[in-house]
Design a protein around this ligand. Structure first.
Ligand code: NAD
Length: 501
């Protein structure tokens, strides 16, 4: 639906949402903590210093409202929940451009290369989960032992989601939609760096018909997240973010009430490109994978291994395409821009630090990029050239760590067994890709990758109907697909004595 159809979104870039959304209402924080400030990464200017920082009283108010709402919400019919989720999905679709503008204000992601995608993932995920409400059935078992045994998938109660800044809209739906579809109440804690699109959802949640307390939004920083993760009456935390914070979340969950935990953490995803691949296809996927959202994507293909026979050809095409992407860097508010800034000064300094140490420490040969972009009107923003290091030392920092910027490494290999070993030799295991026209090799390598997701002739993508998540330190549990519904429910076993008269 076009942006202008239907009623306008209650908020805009000149009327920012600056209140918490608790119990069906926009309210001021009760804790009186100093509000948070956010800046526009395209020029470093202050956007607002009035973003509410939810504290203990606000968390308590949200949990109390959710507890009050839970019994009735749990008992709504599957069709009622379906209709409300579908209404929210269509409102998000209708307001996708306005929501993307609110997200872009502090994220800097251009509409053409990321903004549109984000909103689509968000609305599609609500639709997908709406379809499950009357299909997520339990099981029944053979009753020859004299008992009819059945299971029901029971909601957990009050649940919460803590999300990062790099996917401020999509990240919400991956957690909220399965939680709500299965009858849980859900409290969202967006990132302190991208609060506006999530806070604006409050108006749409109300319009969609969610009863007060069912779906609430608390803006804040890590301190708010910690209050949720350690809360004694929240039964589940679904977290997406860094490994360091993920560890703390798991610890807080264990030390409080053993709440259920799902962790979606970082990645350093390998793309393995064999001699027999379709070269242009491999180059296109690898370039898009590390430049979308300025490389600030958990499953970005940041390590590329190319077989020796085509290495030079691949390197030349990849370098050319990355350079072309550098020429498309610009103001994220311009429709033609494909590559915007990184999210803020701290992220800019972090990514530039990796690049500088990579160059100074000769961790590899700089093939493309390596500098701040200062062309046109980008000089005061946090723009970084797409950057590629070639022949990187496997022990080097840029090889081992998630940089979370438009920076990749390009190494060569000879044998299949050798590259599988190299691809698996980090603590990450989120996604991997294999590029070849040999289906046997593709399936062999796909099964050897130690990662939660594998692309064959593609990489760095998500489908809402299949499990999404990582192995090893990249995460615990899965989002998307049926797995996400399981993560927000518990089977209850009911045993019926068939001999009872
Ligand atoms: P982060 O860990 O700094 O923050 C994530 C969220 O956790 C934010 O909302 C933050 O306020 C909150 N938080 C911070 N400290 C906390 C604490 N002590 N207790 C509770 N909550 C706390 O991560 P980030 O910098 O926002 O995001 C980038 C990271 O997220 C990258 O590592 C990236 O790979 C990862 N990520 C993973 C996925 C995935 O699905 N696997 C998707 C997107 C991003």
């Amino acid at each position: 639906m076009a942006e202008s159809e239907g009623s306008p979104l209650a908020f805009s870039t000149s009327n920012l949402p600056l209140k918490l959304y608790i119990n069906g209402q926009y309210v001021d924080s009760k804790d009186g903590k100093t509000p948070l400030a956010v800046y526009n990464p395209k020029d470093g200017t202050l956007v607002s210093d009035q973003v509410p920082l939810a504290g203990e009283k606000d968390v308590e108010a949200a949990v109390t409202a959710a507890e009050a709402a839970f019994p009735a919400w749990k008992k709504t019919t599957a069709n009622q929940r379906r209709d409300i989720l579908l209404k929210l999905a269509s409102l998000i679709e209708q307001h996708n451009k306005e929501l993307a503008r609110l997200a872009r204000l502090t994220l800097g992601a251009p509409w053409a290369s990321f903004g549109a995608f984000e909103g689509v993932v968000c609305s599609e995920t609500f639709k997908y989960n709406a379809g499950w409400t009357d299909k997520f059935a339990g099981e029944s078992f053979p009753q020859e032992n004299g008992y009819l045994q059945i299971t029901r998938n029971e909601p957990l109660g009050v649940t919460c989601g803590i999300v990062p800044w790099n996917g401020p809209l999509a990240g919400i739906a991956l957690k909220a939609a399965p939680a709500l579809a299965t009858g849980n109440c859900f409290i969202l804690k967006p990132s302190e760096k991208t609060p506006f699109a999530p806070l604006a959802l409050g108006a749409l949640i109300e319009e969609a018909g969610f009863p007060p307390g069912v779906f609430q939004i608390l803006s804040g920083d890590g301190s708010t997240g910690a209050l949720l993760a350690s809360h004694m009456r929240i039964r589940k935390v679904s977290f997406t973010g860094s490994i360091a914070t993920g560890r703390k979340i798991q610890e807080m969950a264990a030390k409080s009430n053993l709440k259920r935990v799902t962790l979606e953490l970082g990645g350093k995803s390998p793309a393995v490109v064999f001699d027999d691949c379709n070269l242009d296809n491999a180059v296109t996927w690898c370039v898009n994978a590390i430049t979308a959202n300025s490389g600030q994507v958990c499953y970005a293909a940041s390590r590329i291994y190319v077989q020796k026979g085509i290495f030079d050809k691949f390197a030349a095409k990849y370098a050319e395409a990355m350079q072309a992407r550098a020429n498309a860097v610009g103001d994220p508010d311009e429709p033609s821009t494909l590559l915007g800034p990184v999210v803020d000064k701290a992220q800019f300094e972090r990514v530039c630090g990796f690049i500088e140490r990579g160059i100074d420490g000769q961790q590899g040969k700089l093939l493309v990029g390596g500098k701040r972009v200062t062309t046109g009107n980008t000089g005061s923003g946090y723009f970084i050239e797409p950057t590629v290091f070639q022949d990187v030392d496997p022990n080097a920092e840029i090889y081992q760590n998630e940089i979370f910027g438009p920076v990749s490494i390009l190494n060569s290999f000879t044998l299949e067994e050798e590259v599988v070993q190299k691809a698996n030799a980090t603590e990450y295991g989120l996604m991997a890709g294999v590029f070849t026209q040999d289906v046997n090799k593709a399936l062999r390598v796909a099964s050897e990758f130690d990662s939660g997701m594998v692309g064959v002739n593609c990489i760095s993508l998500v489908h809402v109907n299949t499990p999404f998540g990582g192995s090893k330190a990249s995460g615990v549990g899965r989002e998307c697909g049926r797995a996400a519904l399981q993560a927000f429910t518990e089977p209850k076993t009911i045993m019926i004595n068939m001999q009872y008269t």
